[in-house]
Design a binder for this molecule. Structure first.
Ligand SMILES: *Cc1c(COP(=O)(O)O)cnc(C)c1O
Length: 460
């Protein structure tokens, strides 16, 4: 199967190259040239079984079925729950899908564990090494550190804003004890970290010289890996039963994965509601048909404090009838003005895509956490609360509602305490972090210094 760019000016590549590259060289995002038909998950299939079938469908012979199975087995062996993404009932016709049983207690583990196994296998086969870099506002860096720690063929460089992430988030990144994981704590905010990573990738010569890759949420491997739990949810709740997924969203990778699962025939139907916080660019996109760049504001759900939902580009490409020229034009205009009115060719079909968006205020997010505690006795994380709050306000329907629980409450203890008056119980995995030696390098947010650091610390 070939993967093509949403901007139409990059050569088609295979699954492995699309995943290793992350972003396409023309600035677009990779999508499969056509959607594979994949049989829905069966009730007797394990999570690894389903994951292996879905990844194999995308890899389409580039990797043998046995190799893909091994990758999936190793990826999900690190989860504390054998179902990987178990469902729990919250009310009549209402469920929560717990995506926080991975090593760093957030749903990013689901995809990152798989990417790390995939990269390491492929690079070992090719006899190559790669350096992977990511800027993180908290969760992605920890998930990447846990996934790539000890990888023989990948050196990981994580940029995080010094003293602007929670202590638990920092500990997950800095205590791996692995010499191939490098943490750079930059004395600036997340946007500055991200700008530096972008500047590294803009220098094609540097990218070649350092074999640099990224694992942010536009990487196709992440989307493919995340489509798996939509398929297993359908199997668990009954084939043919209409489901309505509520997805706490930022870059929209997770919601897109649901759309992809539907396109590949894994779901009975598709309704995906993006639940966003006060950073409501997605809402403006879906409700007003406008793509507008705003400064991200801090909220109780920091992993969703995103001003430009990058995976929307794949949706725009699909609903426009795969009009790469149009997508290119929109994103060129957006790069210049930061404000684009979507053409009717996108607006119309977008409203029939099954996707929509709802925004939740900070105050509502906080009271929602207390409400869920009163209703179920559970402490939920603030991102999940944005989802349950949206689900609560939705009109009755015959669909089963599934809210994706994207992180464990223990990852955001300060917010949980403030909202509920309770301390989130610490899972073993968090307790185990205490007392471990932290390794990170504090430095100025200087692109040149980061460039040099990667060059001098990568294995050759
Ligand atoms: C990353 C993240 C999200 C947002 O996911 P997207 O794929 O970027 O939409 C939501 N919740 C948590 C806890 C996250 O870490």
């Amino acid at each position: 199967m070939k993967f093509i760019s949403t901007r139409g000016e990059a050569a088609a590549v295979g699954f492995v190259d699309a995943c290793l590259a992350g972003l396409a060289p023309d600035g677009g995002l990779y999508v499969p040239e056509e959607w594979p038909r994949i049989d829905p998950a069966g009730p007797d299939e394990s999570y690894v079984d389903v994951a292996a079938r879905i990844i194999s469908a995308f890899a389409d012979g580039e990797l043998s079925d046995d190799v893909v199975r091994g990758i999936c087995q190793r990826a999900y062996a690190s989860f504390a729950h054998q179902s990987v993404a178990p469902l729990v009932q919250t009310g009549p016709n209402a469920f929560m899908m717990e995506l926080h049983h991975g090593p760093t207690l957030a749903f990013k583990d689901v995809a990152m564990q798989l990417i790390a196994q995939l990269f390491d296998h492929v690079l070992a086969e090719r006899g190559e090494r790669m350096s992977v870099t990511c800027a993180t506002s908290g969760d992605t860096g920890g998930a990447a550190a846990a996934a790539f720690a000890g990888a023989g063929h990948v050196d990981l460089f994580i940029l995080h804003p010094f003293e602007r992430i929670s202590p638990v988030q920092r500990l997950f990144m800095t205590t791996t004890g692995s010499s191939n994981v490098h943490n750079l704590a930059l004395t600036e905010d997340f946007d500055a970290c991200q700008a530096i990573v972008k500047s590294l990738f803009a220098d094609r010569d540097y990218v070649r010289r350092t074999s640099l890759s990224g694992v942010n949420s536009i990487n196709w491997a992440r989307i493919a890996a995340q489509s798996v739990y939509y398929a297993t949810a359908q199997a668990a709740l009954g084939a043919g039963r209409p489901l309505r997924f509520v997805v706490p969203s930022g870059n929209m990778g997770d919601a897109l994965a649901g759309y992809v699962a539907a396109r590949c025939g894994l779901l009975a139907g598709f309704e995906g509601v993006c639940a966003v916080n006060e950073n409501d660019t997605l809402n403006v996109l879906f409700e007003q048909g406008r793509m507008r760049r705003e400064q991200a504001v801090a909220t109780p759900s920091p992993a969703m404090d995103i001003s430009v939902p990058s995976n929307f580009e794949r949706i725009a490409f699909e609903v426009s009838g795969r009009d790469a020229g149009l997508v290119r034009q929109i994103y060129d205009q957006f790069a210049q003005s930061g404000d684009v009115e979507l053409p009717d060719q996108i607006k119309g079909p977008l409203s029939c895509s099954g996707l929509s968006s709802k925004s939740v205020s900070n105050a509502t997010t906080m009271t929602e956490m207390a409400t869920v505690l009163a209703e179920t006795g559970w402490l939920i994380c603030p991102h999940t609360a944005v989802g349950t709050s949206v689900a609560r306000e939705m009109p009755q329907s015959n669909a089963v509602t599934v809210v994706l629980s994207t992180a464990h409450a223990a990852k955001f203890p300060e917010t949980v305490l403030e909202a509920t008056g309770r301390d989130a119980p610490l899972p073993e995995r968090v307790k185990a972090l205490a007392g471990r030696a932290e390794v990170f390098e504090q430095m100025a947010a200087d692109a040149g210094a980061v460039r040099d650091y990667i060059l001098s610390h990568q294995r050759t």
